[in-house]
Design a protein around this ligand. Structure first.
Ligand code: CA
Length: 226
């Protein structure tokens, strides 16, 4: 889950990044509205958090601009102002949710999880592919009914694949989902995660499409010939 934060309060942005990364989000951060639009033009995040008071523009103006091109991108507004009018205006302009500063990190996380669940079409917190199950509430992996311990990034990789069944995800796309811009990524990082996951799950579950990327596939079972 890639998150873009637009917030000019650096200490707040840093603590948000740290906390949210710890909860499995790849978090990128920009300080201005114009930087946010540039970032969006490069790569669309899965969700956004926008502060209302930005140095170069108003968060509501930015929200309206973004809504014109991406009506379905989940956006949570942050604000120091806590008036009913601001809240109503923000929601009218297309924000999915709204949080007043100061806020509790657990509350922000809960709101983000709700937006995340809305993203998956079924609204079901458990995603399944064959014998593989991902509980997105608990961030737990089960395979053939057994719990499987995964690292945070292994979990994110599986989640990216299970959300796009049948589609091949390129290494670059997966890197974007798993790592923030400022994180060092070794050239074989994704391969290493896949290697570890194959050892924990069925070898054939994650298929390599040579020169393209990865996809989930049902492992071939040896069924006796009729
Ligand atoms: Ca601000």
């Amino acid at each position: 889950m890639q998150l873009l934060i637009v917030e000019d309060d650096k200490p707040l942005a840093r603590s948000l990044q740290k906390a949210l990364r710890g909860h499995g989000f790849a978090v990128n951060h920009v300080e201005t509205g114009s930087a946010a639009l540039e970032a969006l033009a490069m790569e669309r995040p899965d969700m956004m958090i926008i502060d209302l008071g930005l140095p170069d523009t108003d968060g509501l103006t930015l929200l309206r601009t973004i809504r014109r091109s991406t009506p379905d991108l989940p956006i949570l507004l942050l604000t120091a102002r806590d008036t009913v009018q601001d809240k109503v205006q923000g929601l009218n302009d297309g924000a999915d949710d709204y949080l007043s500063k100061p806020f509790d990190m657990t509350e922000l996380l809960a709101r983000l999880r709700v937006m995340e669940r809305r993203l998956s079409k079924s609204g079901n917190p458990v995603l399944a592919f064959g014998d593989l199950e991902l509980d997105t509430m608990e961030q737990k992996v089960r395979y053939k009914g057994e719990n499987v311990e995964t690292s945070r990034r292994e979990y994110m990789l599986l989640k990216s694949l299970i959300e796009t069944p049948g589609r091949v995800l390129t290494r670059a796309a997966l890197e974007g989902r798993l790592y923030s811009w400022d994180e060092e990524i070794s050239s074989n990082a994704i391969e290493v995660h896949v290697h570890h996951l194959r050892r924990k799950l069925d070898n054939g579950l994650i298929r390599t499409i040579r020169g393209v990327g990865y996809q989930l596939s049902e492992p071939q079972h040896n069924t006796p010939e009729a």
